[in-house]
Design a protein around this ligand. Structure first.
Ligand code: BGN
Length: 287
């Protein structure tokens, strides 16, 4: 269960409505719709979404405010396939959420760690979020009962299996895909490393950070935690990092000097679109 903070209690007192419960019980995986949906059709399909990609249930008091952070570059088809699956799932779960698409401006190599750190910092400038769901753009949740909620006793790995690995994981400590942190947990591990320009290992680095800070994470069971990854060819500007093994090797030594507190980026755009808040950042190669 998520932390009951002062803010939550205040909201509850101010509000006579009961706390929201997650009514999704079915654990049968659904067949995801894999057809991308246009922005206009999405807006028509989800009129209950407020500008900037915000939704809050009207008949109960949410226990926490979620910020969904989606790192992004040149994956419009994936984003428009994820949203029509993700939004109805979160609405069914009675979640209070805001979707942030964090795009990395050209031309520097894609750096997911900096994008998560930037998304975290920029989201907090816009709202008081309790729980951050770090979401790959190509991971489609298959089960509505996979509740996107943080836990006060450690981060949550929502992915128990993915089609790419025959609905399992390639190794037990894999943390890629979809990960949930409370605000304090994310600060305590100093976010992600900023040093991974290119594909791979930033999630393994996070695993080492959690270990170093003696933070246990919780993984969902296969009864709810299955995903389909949308197949795609490797992006230009996101080639595997050759030196990723050596960067990871030194990871835990520099945990307090590389991360949320040192991310170098500049925000070049911020727009509230109907289904998400779009933030574009330029990521400096000197991190
Ligand atoms: C691993 C990658 C992860 C990726 C998974 C799943 C590395 C580590 C080198 C030290 N890790 O191999 O980043 O999420 O595959 O695709 O490359």
């Amino acid at each position: 269960t998520p932390a009951v903070t002062e803010e939550v209690l205040r909201r509850h007192r101010d509000d006579v409505m009961p706390f929201c419960e997650n009514p999704t019980r079915s654990s049968a995986p659904r067949w995801p719709s894999k057809e991308p949906v246009t922005a206009q059709e999405l807006a028509e399909r989800f009129p209950m979404m407020q500008l900037g990609g915000h939704y809050s249930p009207s008949n109960c008091t949410p226990r926490e405010k979620l910020a969904i952070l989606i790192p992004y570059r040149n994956r419009s088809v994936h984003l428009h396939t994820l949203l029509p699956n993700l939004i109805p799932m979160l609405i069914k779960q009675n979640a209070d959420f805001t979707i942030f698409v964090v795009e990395q401006a050209m031309p520097t190599r894609f750096n997911k760690g900096v994008l998560f750190n930037a998304g975290f910092l920029e989201a907090l400038k816009l709202g008081d979020f309790d729980c951050f769901i770090l979401h790959d753009v190509d991971m489609i949740p298959l089960n509505d009962a996979n509740t996107y909620q943080c836990r006060s006793d450690g981060p949550v790995h929502f992915m128990a299996g993915v089609n790419k690995f025959h609905y399992g994981l390639s190794y037990s400590w894999l943390l890629g895909g979809v990960l949930g942190f409370t605000k304090d947990q994310y600060k305590a591990v100093n976010g992600f490393s900023n040093l991974y320009f290119g594909w791979g290992a930033e999630d393994d680095d996070m695993f080492l950070r959690l270990k170093k800070k003696r933070m246990d994470y919780h993984r969902k069971g296969k009864d709810v935690g299955l995903y389909d990854m949308i197949r795609h060819s490797r992006d230009k500007g996101w080639e595997p990092i050759n030196s990723r093994f050596s960067i990871t090797h030194f990871s835990t030594r520099r945990i307090d000097d590389d991360g949320l507190n040192t991310a170098v980026y500049s925000r070049t755009s911020l727009r509230q679109l109907p289904l998400y808040t779009w933030i574009r950042v330029f990521v400096d190669m000197k991190q």
